[in-house]
Design a protein around this ligand. Structure first.
Ligand SMILES: [Zn+2]
Length: 332
């Protein structure tokens, strides 16, 4: 693993500069929210901030070499705690929060600060958030709380208003490629390039898709979907979609990738561009068999199709719904 340092964190230079400046001036807020979609590195950044908070170096923090940084890096620092949610929804239970409240008032064991990282707090219930608010309102001076979430809108306003929020954005395709190379993942340059484009600037997503050859599976699934869409009967499209039922993340990735192909096809039709983007085979089939009006309708319907995937609707139902809307878009 890379050293925990701001320089090893790719992209989001504005967020990093703000954090570095706060740390240099000893003004690290006691409550920080890191928001952004899954895969953008919120937890990694939280670890870097935590290491900076416990680091003993006078200059740049985290220094990566002091005893505190080494423990932070190893995940064994006694003053850094991770609080993760449980269950299907991943919310942090109220009794976990009560424990944090108790621990937060006990002085740190080794460092000057004590850091609590509440991971992926989006689905944390109101009771738990209210319990947390008590320590948030009058925090001990040595405590730092870092909440990571996809959107701070999922947190109570009373929590949001007491924290400093940093929003992580997707990075450039080149930065995704550099980050993946930095992880030592072996893959063909073409595949890496395609995976970086399909990830939409999300390093975590690109790495996940390249691990276990998932990227190849995604590409194949998109091709199957396009084949199904141009087929005269419903069966082929239904089969392609129902194959995605067991894996909600895969289904999301396939639909994201399909959307990119539709956009690439649209550009190819409008501008006559020869560039067929991340999935040339599927994009070429779209250009050939699906007209512009149908592509626009598919793009519009993809938003409706994606909604049930984020709402924990049953997957068979979500995929049947997707099939009906997609076929409607292409006039079937
Ligand atoms: Zn250090």
């Amino acid at each position: 693993m890379n050293n925990l340092s701001f320089t090893s964190f790719f992209g989001n230079s504005g967020v990093k500069e703000r954090l570095i400046s706060l740390i240099e001036n000893n003004k690290l807020p006691h409550a920080i929210i890191l928001e952004g979609e899954k895969g953008l590195g919120k937890k990694t950044l939280a670890k870097i901030i935590a290491a900076a908070a416990v680091c003993r170096n006078e200059g740049q923090r985290p220094c990566g070499v002091c005893s505190q940084c080494i423990k932070a890096q190893a995940g064994s620092h006694p003053d850094i705690s991770f609080i993760e949610g449980t269950g299907k929804m991943g919310g942090i239970p109220v009794d976990y929060i009560r424990k944090v409240r108790g621990d937060a008032y006990i002085v740190p064991s080794e460092a000057e600060k004590k850091v609590f990282i509440l991971v992926d707090a989006d689905n944390t219930g109101v009771a738990a958030q209210n319990a947390f608010l008590k320590v948030f309102e009058e925090p001990p001076k040595f405590s730092v709380f870092i909440i990571t979430c996809e959107s701070s809108a999922n947190l109570l306003e009373t929590i949001r208003s007491r924290a400093v929020a940093f929003t992580l954005a997707p990075v450039s395709t080149d930065e995704v490629i550099n980050a993946v190379n930095g992880q030592g993942i072996q893959c063909e340059p073409d595949i890496l390039n395609q995976a970086a484009i399909v990830s939409g600037g999300n390093i975590g997503k690109a790495i996940a898709s390249l691990n276990d050859n998932k990227f190849i599976l995604i590409n194949q699934s998109v091709s199957d979907l396009v084949q199904g869409l141009v087929s005269p009967t419903e069966a082929q499209l239904l089969t392609a979609l129902h194959l995605l039922e067991k894996d909600r993340d895969l289904a999301r990735s396939v639909l994201d990738s399909f959307e990119l192909c539709l956009r690439d096809a649209l550009c190819a039709k409008c501008e006559g561009s020869g560039q067929l983007g991340a999935n040339p085979e599927a994009t070429a089939a779209i250009v050939r068999y699906i007209n512009t009006k149908q592509i626009l309708s598919l793009l519009e319907n993809l938003e409706k199709i994606s909604l049930p995937l984020d709402r924990f609707t049953g997957m068979p139902l979500a995929m049947t719904y997707a099939c009906a809307l997609m076929r409607k878009s292409v006039g079937k």
